[in-house]
Design a protein around this ligand. Structure first.
Ligand code: DAH
Length: 360
């Protein structure tokens, strides 16, 4: 029986000596596992005489319990030590100065939006916004697109599930509904000059289309507004944006439900080293849609069309960024690839200003 005492002392010493959870588990397996020393002793009970078993049984059980308890206590101690070490290792010194090298950058779309706001602020335009989840009335009906209008089908609209008793809302397919909201906010009595940059959505995806994209809307409402004001404003904007004086515009008659007359605007480009560059007149490239605001739209905004006129335009911001900064795949804009952002992104200190050149 000295053997049992000896085994007990030996196993407890091994448990104490284990300096890692792995080492401790090896001791546990060697003692209590299927082939373990204590398990082997327990197995001998079956071959003993009843007297012997009565005497040895409790001793062997006591050995098993003693070793089990010692292992549990040691495991708790090792777990605690590991947690303490981890806490010490992962300490953050909140008093350290911030990282010296800036790691983030401004996305080209954000940069272009800032450039647009800067250019149009100089022309007296405020920035207006509207919701991205829009009612069909604002997105279509008020813009002279009644329910049966074919243009509704052309927009590849994302419809949301309708709430009880309400018409289904849509993800706005363009920034034009902000025209109506801006007119309503001005109450039908004041002139308006706004741009509305923001996200828009259509169910479409290829190298030049993404389901989410960006547009900027422009709206001027006043008395005595003509197509001449529209053309001058767009020309001034595009010259400032592309930072070139040789920008030539061509207004091509077109159709939009919310403008009458409507015009698509092309700018002249030249070919430099096989690439198209804005400016010059080697060819024409369509950049935006525009026109004189339709009477019905002025009315839907709460203005009297016999007194007030206006012009509007809408333009894809992502495309403007691609043309100005030379990217050729729109999808990369929204991949969030850090290498792309590092290459095409802007420093937070490159705030566009007209005096510094908006491209900063
Ligand atoms: N909303 C049009 C679109 O998404 C763009 C547009 C065209 C806006 C003409 C206008 C406009 O304000 O006058 O295709």
């Amino acid at each position: 029986m000295a053997d049992l005492d000896h085994l007990h002392t030996d196993l407890i010493a091994q448990v104490h000596a284990a300096d890692s959870l792995d080492a401790l588990d090896a001791v546990r397996v060697a003692a209590l596992g299927k082939q373990g020393a204590v398990t082997a002793l327990l197995k001998t009970l079956g071959g003993m005489s009843p007297d012997e078993r009565q005497q040895q049984g409790p001793r062997i059980q006591a050995l098993r319990e003693g070793v089990t308890a010692a292992i549990a206590a040691k495991k708790a101690a090792l777990d605690r030590a590991e947690l303490d070490a981890k806490l010490a290792r992962e300490t953050l010194d909140m008093t350290l100065p911030a990282e010296a090298a800036p790691v983030g950058s401004i996305h080209p779309v954000s940069q272009v939006m800032d450039e647009l706001a800067e250019i149009f602020a100089d022309l007296g335009f405020a920035v207006a916004t509207g919701p991205e989840i829009e009612t069909q009335w604002y997105n279509f009906t008020a813009l002279n697109m009644p329910e049966t209008h074919p243009a509704r089908a052309m927009h590849d609209t994302f419809y949301l599930n309708a709430r009880d008793g309400e018409e289904a809302r849509v993800l706005r397919t363009h920034t034009s509904p902000v025209q109506i909201r801006a007119m309503q906010a001005a109450g039908g009595t004041k002139p308006i000059r706004i741009i509305a940059p923001g996200r828009t959505y259509r169910s479409d995806s290829d190298a030049t289309h993404t389901p989410m994209f960006h547009q900027v809307e422009g709206l001027v409402i006043d008395k005595g507004i003509t197509l001449g004001h529209l053309k001058w404003t767009l020309e001034t904007f595009l010259k400032a944006f592309f930072e070139r004086d040789d920008i030539v515009l061509r207004l091509r008659p077109s159709y939009f439900p919310f403008t009458e007359p409507s015009a698509e605007v092309d700018v002249g480009f030249s070919v430099v080293n096989g690439k198209r560059v804005i400016g010059g007149s080697d060819g024409w490239m369509e950049v935006l849609g525009s026109g004189m605001v339709h009477r019905s739209v002025i009315e839907a905004g709460g203005y009297d069309p016999n007194e007030w006129q206006g012009f509007a335009f809408g333009c894809g911001i992502d495309r403007l960024a691609m043309l100005k900064y030379g990217m050729d795949d729109l999808r990369a804009f929204f991949d969030g690839d850090a290498r792309w952002l590092k290459h095409y992104g802007f420093s937070a200190l490159d705030v566009p200003t007209l005096s510094g050149g908006v491209g900063a």
